[in-house]
Design a protein around this ligand. Structure first.
Ligand code: SAH
Ligand code: SF4
Length: 422
């Protein structure tokens, strides 16, 4: 969602005749689009601001702006602590960036503009960073209030975008050559409940899949409590809906799941993954795990590890719990020392890496359709299988970027595959 917001900001700036400058020290305007999910994001922001202060001393005309979820969360505090910041804007007022910049250029006072709620999305106005794939938000905000999570406080209540608007925009993007669309929402599975004419996520997904020329559809994130049988059926029946579900488990302990306000049990989660694997051919399941939630004891952690071993996720994103002021769990007693959390975290990562490696090794010798997305960090071409596994290709024909090609897997690593074009 944050990446999509950056694409919206870029579009608005280009309309104002700003152009992207890769060397930040030469910029006339710097916008930091922040995250707030973990405390680390705030520290990173402060680090960047410390550096940019020096640029401003050299170039007093430089505008420094802070947006996104940390801006939404800290509000005026940013300008109070960093008076050289020119504009602070929230997650609900991105569309007013041009007028804020104009105002700041006209008078010499910093601006802090944070709306508590609102809906200012125009799906036509974003800078396409790729010619062949795009994110499309289908809802903003979240109503779930998982006890550790700051998102509902900074993104507001869940608002679904009308299906006609989503479909019309995807059709337009496909006409321009887009092959892959990722539908995004904090919980796509609760999409549409708030609309005048309610519609389910599986219904909108099915309608998106009928758009001719659209080769690949992905979506995230799916809250396990709301994932329906209809959704599993739709994914299993439609060839252009990719067989990958990101299904955050967070914890494998029923005690912790309850404290997290997740509304499912480990048993229900297990059944759900079995159902997905039974009905959707070659479906990958990935997850998010939090280690060291307040009240978590070692036996709760081993319940999580047990789920990791039972379910054998294709990949897992693991986080050490980060206390977010204002959330419910910020008031929970947290007795586990950080050193223990770190040791358990490493144990979990090692187990998951071994599973990911084994899963990847089972793909050696098999052929897959791959959408090539660009150059990877090791200078190879990088692409994704249908199930979202990353693959590197020792093939230096940049012309292939944005194309769907057949690839045979030759080697496996924990986080990616290596393959050759066939
Ligand atoms: N709406 C999505 C993603 C939310 S944030 C969902 O529900 O899955 C992405 C991930 O960050 C979460 O799944 C969770 O694992 C992690 N996360 C959120 N708040 C956190 C916190 N306070 N500490 C550590 N990890 C957190
Ligand atoms: Fe946060 Fe839970 Fe909403 Fe995801 S579903 S954004 S974890 S409150």
């Amino acid at each position: 969602m944050n990446e999509f917001d950056s694409e919206r900001i870029e579009f608005l700036l280009e309309e104002m005749d700003y152009r992207k400058e890769d060397d930040v020290s030469k910029a006339d305007l710097i916008i930091i689009n922040t995250c707030a999910v973990r405390e680390k994001a705030k520290n990173k922001l402060y680090g960047h601001l410390g550096r940019y202060k020096g640029y401003k001393e050299k170039n007093p005309d430089l505008l420094i702006c802070v947006g996104g979820c940390t801006a939404q969360n800290l509000k005026e505090k940013i300008i109070k602590d960093f008076p050289f910041v020119d504009i602070v804007f929230g997650t609900h007022n991105i569309s007013s960036i041009p007028s804020m910049i104009q105002k700041r250029l006209n008078d010499n006072k910093s601006i802090c503009s944070i709306l508590d709620e609102g809906f200012d999305y125009d799906l036509k106005k974003f800078k396409k960073n790729y010619s062949f794939k795009s994110y499309i938000p289908i809802s903003i905000g979240c109503n779930n209030f998982c006890s550790y999570c700051i998102v509902p406080f900074v993104r507001g209540k869940e608002i679904s975008i009308r299906p006609e608007v989503i479909l019309e925009n995807i059709e337009r993007l496909v006409e321009t050559g887009i092959l892959e669309i990722t539908l995004v929402g904090q919980n796509v599975n609760s999409y549409g409940k708030d609309l005048d004419k309610p519609i389910t996520f599986s219904e909108i997904l099915e309608r998106v899949s009928e758009i001719s020329g659209l080769k690949r559809i992905r979506f995230m994130t799916s809250h396990p409590k709301d994932l329906s049988k209809e959704l599993i059926n739709v994914i299993s029946q439609k060839e252009n809906i990719m067989p990958h579900i990101h299904l955050p488990l967070q914890s494998g302990s029923n005690k912790i799941l309850k404290l997290m306000n997740r509304h499912y049990t480990r048993e229900a989660f297990l059944l759900l993954t079995e159902e997905i694997r039974k009905k959707i051919k070659k479906c990958s399941i990935t997850t998010d795990i939090i280690v060291g939630f307040p009240g978590e004891e070692e036996k709760d952690f081993y319940d999580t590890l047990d789920m990791i071993e039972k379910i054998r996720f294709d990949r897992a994103f693991t986080f050490i719990y980060s206390k977010r002021e204002g959330t419910k769990s910020a008031d929970f007693k947290d007795n586990m020392p950080l050193s223990v959390k770190k040791a358990l975290f490493t144990e979990l990562v090692n187990v998951q890496n071994k599973i990911s490696m084994e899963k990847n090794q089972s793909k050696i010798g098999c052929k897959y359709k791959v959408l090539l997305e660009g150059n990877g960090p090791r200078c190879e071409l990088e692409g994704r299988l249908e199930d979202n596994t990353l693959v590197n290709l020792k093939y230096d024909d940049d012309e292939l970027i944005g194309k769907l090609i057949d690839v045979e897997i030759t080697e496996a690593k924990s986080f990616y595959l290596i393959g050759k074009k066939v």
